[in-house]
Structure formats: C-alpha cells, structure tokens
Design a protein around this ligand. Structure first.
Ligand code: HPA
Ligand code: ZN
Length: 326
C-alpha cells in the first residue's frame, strides 16, 4: 500500500514514550539472566502470553517488574540504544523520552548511573545519524509528593540534560493536585511542564493539570470528550494531547480501535499527536500506531499529515529547531 509506505517513511516526532516501556522481551530476559534477577517468564512466548492487560494497573505491575532487571550503566545504555535504533528504522527524527528514576532507586541504582548510560546512547545516536532527543523527567504518582521532590533535587546535577517533567503511573486515586508543590518547584527551576491526565481518570483531572499544575501539554487526555467546555478550551488554546492509540486499546480505555476518538478530536481542531507510550508492551511502535488508525478508522493522508505536523508543533523544541523539521 502506497499510503502505508509513505507513513513509514515520513519524518515524524514521538512525544510520549516511556523508556522502560520500550524494553524488548529479548533484552529483558538477557538482562535478567546477566543480573541474576528472577522473572516469572522462561521464554519469549511466556512473556508474550503475560502481556494481556485488563486496565492500566494490570499493565503497570508487569512494567515495573520488567524494569527491575535494569541495574548497571550498560543496561541503561542498551535500553536507550535499542529504542533509538527503532527511531532510525521508523524515521522518528525527534523523540521526547520519559525516564523514571524512582523506578530504579529502590534497587540501588543512582541517578548518575542511569543518566550516564542514557546519555552515552543518545550521544552515539546523535553522532552516527543525527538523532534528536529530549529527555523528560517523569515522576510516579503512586508515590508521595515528598519522594518526587527528593528526586527532583537529585536531578539538579543534570539540569541541562532534562527539558521537562512529567507525571505517570496509577492515575485513579492520584489526582494532579497531589503534586502541586512539585510542579511549582519544577517551574521555578525552569522545567517545561507536562502530565498524564484523562487516560483512566476523569476530565476533571485534565482541568486540574492545566489550572492547578500549569502544564502546557497533556499526555493521553482522551477523556476530555466527556466535557465539551474542556474540548473547547483545549482547541482554543491549542494545548497538545499526546494520544497513544494502541496503548488505549490494550489497556481498554477504548474497547476497540473503531471506537477511538482521536480523529474526531483532530477534525474538531485540537492539537492531537500520535505516540506509542510503551511499544514493547502494546504490540507496536510509532508507525504501527499510525497504520492502525488508517486500517481501523480510515485515516486519510491529509489527517496523517496534520498529525505529523502536530508532532513537531507540540514538541518542546525551540521555534527555530521546529521550523527546521517542518
Ligand atoms: N499511563 C500511566 N503511566 C504509565 C503509562 C501510561 O500509559 N505507561 C507507563 N507508565
Ligand atoms: Zn504514558
């Protein structure tokens, strides 16, 4: 199909990607073996069989289990490099990648060890094929605000390597307002602000993220459709939503891709973008997400072009660097 070939080849940006969610099962099993971590899987088939999720929490349980195999600097290098090689393969010329040090800290991994591995891979990809990368420091909302503030403090040594902060993990029971101090402090330090909101949580959590945390970009945000005033607001202000179609169907935010509302929001004039979230867990990288919209929702080339343009427009790149891509 001509259109699918075009989708694969067109240069695009990915703005919503958890690096731990890009860990391929093969890499996970080999790191587990190397580091002497026991996992409840003895084969790639067993891993695949386990990746059938009922909701966000059932996924997060396996996501944190998978990330427990990461201990040494070289482990973080390989995790990042595996994803950056996918970027080259899929023509993802710019990637904004969420890293979550709170996941590794209980295993004794320091901020510096993690950053050294990630930065070594990013430098290599930049030197070899010009890969553009922005790192987002993503906090885990099931933990306390105090825990997040302590991690933000550790990040000050790497302030120049981190452009923005994010907020991920279990949304229900952990509203944005739980982190108002964290966002105030991050804003004071000059970080750009984003947060997951309105994935499983209600439209009100999107309002809280916008009004209470002052974020400029919402991860997911698909539950905005429950509040017409919010949809108007998102459209007027052109607040980007980083939507993840395959993630949403895997985690049953939508029962089928047929029911996904991303193209209606696009046609309504919202600044929506397409992303993979956790590609190793959800059955596809970025191109597969675009292809699914074509196959199940009849996305046409004009819509695809707007989504790709939005991916750069909604990025944290400077206006000059955006222009160079668009
Ligand atoms: N939602 C919340 N937290 C996450 C996700 C997600 O889709 N993926 C990884 N952490
Ligand atoms: Zn996410």
């Amino acid at each position: 199909d001509e259109f699918i070939n075009w989708l694969k080849r067109v240069p695009k940006a990915e703005l919503h990607l958890h690096i731990d969610g890009s860990m391929q099962p093969k890499r996970m099993l080999s790191l587990a073996k190397k580091n002497g971590i026991s996992l409840p899987y003895d084969s790639l088939d067993a891993v695949q069989a386990a990746y059938a999720f009922e909701d966000l929490q059932s996924f997060l349980d396996l996501y944190y289990l998978g990330a427990s195999v990461l201990l040494e600097e070289d482990d973080f290098f390989h995790l990042m490099m595996d994803y950056l090689l996918k970027c080259r393969e899929q023509n993802i010329v710019h990637a904004e990648i969420m890293i979550e040090p709170q996941t590794y800290a209980p295993n004794g991994v320091s901020f510096a060890t993690m950053m050294s591995g990630f930065k070594r891979a990013i430098k290599q990809a930049h030197d070899q094929w010009g890969q553009s990368v922005i790192l987002i420091l993503s906090f885990l909302r099931h933990l306390s605000e105090q825990d997040a503030l302590e991690m933000l403090e550790q990040a000050t040594d790497f302030r120049d390597d981190l452009m923005a902060i994010g907020l991920a993990s279990s949304e229900l029971g952990n509203p944005p307002q739980k982190f108002s101090q964290l966002y105030q402090e991050a804003a004071r330090l000059g970080f750009r602000l984003s947060a997951h909101a309105g994935e499983e949580g209600p439209a009100d959590f999107i309002w809280q993220a916008l009004k209470g945390l002052d974020v400029e970009r919402i991860d997911h945000g698909v539950r905005c459709v429950d509040d017409p005033e919010l949809v108007d607001f998102l459209c007027e202000r052109q607040i980007p939503l980083t939507v993840c179609p395959l993630s949403n169907t895997k985690l049953r935010v939508f029962e089928t891709m047929h029911q996904h509302t991303v193209l209606s929001l696009l046609d309504r004039g919202l600044c929506v973008t397409i992303n993979s979230d956790d590609p190793a867990y959800f059955g596809g990288y970025l191109n597969e997400n675009y292809i699914a919209l074509h196959e199940h929702l009849g996305m046409n080339q004009a819509q695809a072009l707007r989504l790709v343009e939005n991916s750069f427009k909604a990025s944290f790149l400077s206006p000059e660097r955006k222009q160079a891509f668009i």
